[in-house]
Design a protein around this ligand. Sequence first.
Ligand SMILES: [Zn+2]
Length: 129
Amino acid sequence: MARGREEHQARLAAVAGLGRVLSRRARSSCELCGEGGTLRVLEVPPVLDTPDVERAGLFCDRCRDLLDGGLMRADPQTVRFLAETVWSDVLPVKLTAVRMLRSLAAAGVPWAGEANENLWLDEDVESLL
Ligand SMILES: [Zn+2]
């Protein structure tokens, strides 16, 4: 058990260590919605054995809450930024936004359904979803 906890702590420290590189990439704003505020590193599945900036993003409190199950409770009009973010060139940001958009589309949110239909993804991106 102790070993598992140590490994978990080591992983958390490694994830936090990505913050500097991510801050530069994110230019001090949330990589999903573009707002400022308190930004924290969050890993994006499918995670690699070693935490990597290609599988992590810097997200604000509100977006972390959305990712933590809040998306379906949120007013869909307040998350329309996702229709833009799905076109991000940053892979983990794109993966996260597409997953959120598709959840909304599946729930019948009209603008999300439309944005999802117009979305074009590389096969290698699609394979990671
Ligand atoms: Zn955000």
